[in-house]
Design a protein around this ligand. Structure first.
Ligand code: TXA
Ligand code: MG
Length: 318
């Protein structure tokens, strides 16, 4: 009841949400990528609530969200390369994984015990308002049950995790629609792309040169578990001919007969913004299989294909 707050009452809602965070309660936080399930990163009980609400394995660390680069520097040690990325892309959809700072307030549980920390300044007015009002670091994984589609609208959060949150700040539909790009900037190693996301590899590389692959020591991150971002229906990729009983999620002008088209003009930015919403929509039909048109690996296609491959991976039946 009344968890979706109209825009006119946003300032009030932000205050209420910051109050909820201070009490250790959870809040639905809009960002430019996807909605986050937000809790006080310094409060282990709040963090435990996040893990439990999502059914998320505790070895998966959470990103700490802060309002500014200065605040990020309290939590983590950003070297010149990390600062260059932050200055170029923050506020915005890039998460930097850097060594933890001694001054950091993010709890060990939120970091899953690691000596590194994921940090991000989100590019959404309401998120920034909330982070400023609250002051401290905010843990916020995507606000979906672990392994399911990420939410891009306040009502998705209500439906999937409504009982676990005190308030969902309604920031409208997420502009990017796909999670942040995660770049590890650790001492004595080249920057590594741990998760492709809403900023393309080529844009990141303009700033720091060629990005190394995630590497085998990559965290057993939920986004890196093979079956993740999974709808109910089966997903079949690179489809040019649709089988009986399938619905087509198209891409580009050639996708005739598509039930929905991620981007009729073939724009990967538009396709990323539509991805989770359209998967949800088709998943809500009775179809057994969502067939997806081929999507190029260029631009945000790398991130889209990453999520689609995980959605298509074989999974447990429960
Ligand atoms: O766009 C986003 O990043 C969204 C919004 C809400 O900010 N958040 C998000 O969080 O996608 P989550 O928890 O669903 O995904 C965060 C990813 C996980 O794969 C996690 O393992 C990884 O970040 N991560 C966090 N801290 C890390 C660390 N210290 N080392 C390596 N990976 C880390
Ligand atoms: Mg997630």
């Amino acid at each position: 009841m009344g968890k979706n707050i109209p825009a006119s009452r946003q300032a009030e809602a932000v205050k209420a949400a910051a109050g909820a965070l201070r009490r250790g309660a959870l809040v639905g936080m809009p960002t430019e990528t996807v909605y986050g399930l937000a809790g006080d990163a310094s409060n282990p009980e709040a963090v435990a609530r996040i893990f439990s609400a999502k059914g998320r394995p505790r070895f998966n660390p959470l990103i700490s969200h802060v309002a500014s680069l200065d605040l990020a520097m309290i939590e983590g040690q950003l070297d010149e390369r990390a600062i260059a990325l932050a200055e170029r892309f923050w506020p915005g959809p890039v998460t930097l994984v850097v060594p933890v700072a001694d001054s950091g307030r993010t709890s060990e549980l939120a970091r899953a015990g690691l000596r590194s920390i994921g940090l991000r300044v989100p590019g959404h007015t309401l998120a920034l308002d909330l982070l400023r009002e609250f002051g401290g670091p905010v843990s916020a994984p995507s606000a979906n049950p672990s392994g399911k589609l990420s939410p891009t609208r306040a009502e998705d959060v209500e439906r999937d995790l409504g009982e676990h949150v005190e308030i969902v700040l309604d920031g409208g539909e997420c502009e990017k629609g796909i999670e942040s790009s995660i770049v590890a900037v650790m001492p004595d190693e080249p920057p590594r792309l741990l998760r492709p996301g809403a900023v393309s590899r080529s844009q990141l590389e303009e700033e720091v040169g060629e990005l190394a692959a995630a590497g085998s020591d990559a965290i057993t991150a939920p986004g890196q578990l093979v079956s993740h971002y999974a709808p109910r229906a089966a997903v079949r990729l690179n489809v040019t001919g649709v089988d009986d009983g399938e619905v087509l999620l198209g891409f580009g002008p050639a996708a005739e007969g598509a039930a929905l088209n991620l981007s009729p003009s073939g724009d990967t930015v538009e396709a990323a913004a539509n991805l989770y919403r359209m998967l949800r929509e088709l998943d809500a039909t009775s179809t057994s299989t969502i067939a997806v048109s081929p999507i190029p690996e260029t631009g945000l296609g790398e991130a889209i294909n990453d999520r689609l491959r995980r959605a298509a991976a074989a999974r447990d039946t429960d």
